[in-house]
Design a protein around this ligand. Structure first.
Ligand code: ADP
Ligand code: MG
Length: 590
C-alpha cells in the first residue's frame, strides 16, 4: 500500500508537467529568429534556473548565499572547458560542471555549522571573490580574462540542439522541470525540514531535524541548480568570460529572487523575467533608463517585502478552506497501558554553570513511566535550564542523563527527539512561515516515527494530534494568525505527533487566559489518562495539584524537595522558598 502511495505521489502532476514542456517547446519555436529576442530569453531562462537555487537555500532554508553567480560560473566553465579543451560531449561536460558546483556548494554549506547571518554572508562573498580570482588568473585552465569562445552546442542522437530555437527549447524544458521540482520540494519532508530550520533552528532540532545536515543539503542543491543554469548559459551564448560570474552578478541573482518572491520558484521566475526584460523595455528612456529601472526595483522591494509572488499568494491564502474529512483514526499515543514500574528518565548529579552562575547545581531525579512529574520553583531557579540540558540544547557542566535505558548525555537534540523525547518551549517556538498543519507534520515526520515514511499517514497523524488539542478546524491557517494560547497548543500537538515516550512542557499555562488554562488542565488529564509520561514546569499551583503524581522543587539550581504533592507542598523549605503562606499556596503563584 505504501509503495502504491509513494509512486502515486511521484507521478502526481506528471501529465501537467509534460503539457508544460510541450507548451514551452512550442513557444520557443514560435519566436522570431532574430538573435536579439532569443538572446534575451536565453539569458532569462538560464538565470531563472540559477535563481531557483536561491529559493532553496534562502527562501526555504533561510541561509543567505551571495555566491550564486560563482556556482553559475562553475556550471558554465564546466561546459566550456570540458567541450573546448577536453573535447567532451555537452552533457558529460555539463555534468562535470554541475558536480563541481554541487561539491563546492556542500563545502560552503559546511561553513554554516558555526556561522549564521552576517558572518555566513561574508563567507559566501569571500567564496565568490576567490572563484572570480581563479577564473581570471589561472590562465592555463580557465583561459583567463579573455574567456572561452566557440563553445559548441549539443546533439542528442537524431535531435540537434545546434539551432537557437532548439537550444532555447532545451533550456526552457529544463527550467520547467527545475521549477516543478523546487516547487514539489517545498511540500515534501525535506522542504518542510528546511523551512523549520529557517523559522526556528532550536525548535527544528528538538523536532528530530538534523539542522546542520539540512543546511548543507540546501547549499548543495542550490549550487547544483546554479550549475545547471550556468552550463546552459555557456551553450546558449557560446562564449563566456569571468566578469559574467562576478560578485555583481550574484547580487543581481539575489535581487531577482527577492523581487519576485524568494519563497517560491514561481516568484523567482517572475523576478528574473522582470529584471531582465524591464531594462529592455525602458531603453527608450535613453539616459535616465538606469535610474528609472533602479527606482522601480527599490519601490517594489519596499512595498512588497514578500515579492511580487507574495502579493498574489495573499489573495490565494484568503480563500484557503478548512481541511475537512473524517476524524483520523491513526492512534496518537502508542504506549497506552505501559508498565508503570520503571523509570523512563534518570538524572544524576546534573550541573550547568553559566560562568560563575550555577543555574543547575547537582540535580538528581527520576521520572516514573506513565506519571506526571511536576518541576516547580521560583523564577530563575533553573527549571528551563533543566529541560534545555535534558533536550540537548545546553551541554551539562557535569552529570548524566539516561533516557529509556540509553545514556543521552552527549547526544545532539535531534537524536534525543528521535529516541522519544518531545518538548514545548516557555517562549513559544512555532514555525511562523508555515501553516498549523505543516507545523505539526514536522513533528510527525521525525525519523523513526511509525508514520514518517508515508506522506498520507503523516497528514493523518498531524490531524489526529490537532484533533486532540482541539485545533483541527484551524489546520489550514497560518500559525501566526492563531491566538497566543492556541499557538501553545500547536506546539503541544507538534510534540504529540512525534508519538513521544515522554513529553516535556515548559510553562504551558503561561500567557493563557482562564478558559484556556481550564482547557489545558483537561488536555493534560486526557494525556495522563493515555499513560503518557509528562514532565511539566508551571507556576499555576492549581494546575500542578490537579495533574501531578510527583513534584520536585528547585531553588537556586538545587533540589530542595522531592516527593508526593501533598508532602512537598507542605515542606517547610518549600513554603519558605516559594509558596509563601501555606494557606495561600493554591492561588499565590498563578
Ligand atoms: P527558570 O526557568 O526556573 O525561571 P532558568 O532556567 O531560565 O530559570 O534560569 C536559571 C538561571 O540561569 C537564571 O539566573 C538565568 O539568568 C540563568 N541562565 C539561563 N540561561 C542562561 C544562558 N543561556 N546564559 C546565561 N545565563 C543563563
Ligand atoms: Mg523558565
Amino acid at each position: 500500500m505504501s509503495v502504491n502511495l509513494a509512486s502515486a505521489r511521484l507521478w502526481r502532476g506528471f501529465p501537467q508537467a509534460i503539457l508544460a514542456c510541450v507548451a514551452v517547446v512550442a513557444v520557443a519555436f514560435m519566436l522570431p529568429s532574430e538573435g536579439y529576442y532569443l538572446n534575451i530569453l536565453m539569458q532569462a531562462v538560464t538565470y531563472a534556473i540559477a535563481v531557483s537555487g536561491l529559493v532553496v537555500v534562502l527562501g526555504y532554508c533561510g541561509q543567505i548565499s551571495i555566491a550564486q553567480a560563482a556556482f553559475f560560473g562553475l556550471g558554465a566553465y564546466g561546459v566550456a572547458i570540458g567541450m573546448v579543451d577536453y573535447h567532451l560531449g555537452f552533457f558529460p561536460a555539463w555534468l562535470c560542471g554541475i558536480g563541481a558546483a554541487g561539491l563546492l556548494g556542500v563545502v560552503l554549506g559546511l561553513g554554516s555549522l558555526r556561522l549564521g547571518g552576517h558572518y555566513l554572508a561574508m563567507v559566501t562573498i569571500s567564496f565568490q571573490q576567490i572563484l572570480t580570482l581563479f577564473l581570471t588568473n589561472w590562465l592555463e585552465f580557465t583561459h583567463g580574462p579573455d574567456g572561452i569562445r566557440g563553445i559548441p552546442r549539443p546533439r542528442l542522437g537524431p535531435i540537434s540542439f545546434e539551432g537557437g530555437h532548439a537550444f532555447l527549447a532545451l533550456c526552457m524544458v529544463t527550467l520547467v522541470i527545475v521549477t516543478l521540482a523546487v516547487w514539489r520540494l517545498k511540500t515534501g519532508r525535506l522542504g518542510r525540514a528546511m523551512q523549520a530550520v529557517r523559522d526556528n533552528e532550536l525548535a527544528a532540532g528538538t523536532c528530530g531535524i538534523n539542522v546542520f545536515a539540512t543546511k548543507v543539503i540546501a547549499f548543495g542543491l542550490s549550487a547544483v541548480l546554479g550549475g545547471i543554469g550556468g552550463g546552459l548559459f555557456a551553450g546558449g551564448f557560446q562564449y563566456i568570460s569571468p566578469d559574467q560570474f562576478s560578485f555583481g552578478e550574484s547580487i543581481v541573482l539575489l535581487t531577482m529572487a527577492l523581487l519576485g518572491g524568494v519563497q517560491s520558484p514561481f516568484g523567482s521566475l517572475i523576478g528574473t523575467m522582470v529584471l531582465i526584460i524591464l531594462p529592455e523595455w525602458l531603453r527608450f528612456l535613453k539616459e535616465v533608463y538606469l535610474a528609472v529601472y533602479g527606482a522601480a526595483v527599490i519601490l517594489i522591494m519596499v512595498f512588497l517585502p514578500d515579492g511580487l509572488w507574495g502579493l498574489m499568494l495573499e489573495r490565494v491564502r484568503k480563500r484557503a478552506k478548512p481541511i475537512l474529512g473524517d476524524v483520523p483514526k491513526l492512534p496518537l499515543l502508542s504506549q497506552t497501558g505501559a508498565a508503570r514500574t520503571d523509570f523512563v528518565l534518570t538524572i544524576e548529579g546534573l550541573a550547568k554553570h553559566f560562568g560563575g552562575l550555577k543555574a543547575l547545581d547537582g540535580i538528581s531525579l527520576a521520572v516514573r513511566r506513565g506519571s506526571v512529574h511536576a518541576l516547580i520553583g521560583p523564577n530563575g531557579s533553573g527549571k528551563s535550564t533543566f529541560i534545555n540540558v535534558i533536550t540537548g540544547l545546553y551541554k551539562p557542566t557535569a552529570g548524566r542523563v539516561v533516557f529509556a535505558g540509553q545514556d543521552i548525555t552527549h547526544v545532539p537534540p535531534y537524536e534525543r527527539n528521535r529516541a522519544g523525547l518531545a518538548r514545548t518551549f516557555q517562549n513559544i517556538r512555532v514555525f511562523r512561515g508555515m501553516t498549523v498543519l505543516e507545523n505539526v507534520m514536522v513533528g510527525a515526520e521525525r525519523p523513526g516515527n511509525d508514520v514518517a515514511e508515508n506522506p498520507a499517514f503523516v497528514v493523518e497523524r498531524a490531524l489526529a494530534a490537532l484533533d486532540f488539542v482541539g485545533l483541527r478546524g484551524d489546520a489550514h491557517r497560518e500559525v501566526g494568525a492563531l491566538s497566543y494560547g492556541h499557538q501553545r497548543y500547536v506546539e503541544i500537538a507538534r510534540a504529540l505527533a512525534a508519538t513521544p515516550q515522554m513529553l516535556l512542557l515548559d510553562e504551558p499555562a503561561a500567557g493563557l487566559n482562564l478558559t484556556e488554562k481550564h482547557e489545558l488542565g483537561e488536555l493534560l488529564k486526557r494525556l495522563k489518562g493515555h499513560g503518557l509520561t509528562i514532565l511539566i514546569i508551571d507556576h499555576d499551583m492549581k494546575l500542578v495539584e490537579q495533574v501531578a503524581d510527583h513534584i520536585t522543587v528547585l531553588n537556586f539550581g538545587k533540589r530542595i524537595a522531592d516527593g508526593m504533592p501533598k508532602d512537598v507542598l507542605n515542606h517547610p523549605d518549600v513554603i519558605a522558598a516559594y509558596l509563601g503562606e501555606p494557606q495561600e499556596a493554591a492561588g499565590a503563584a498563578s
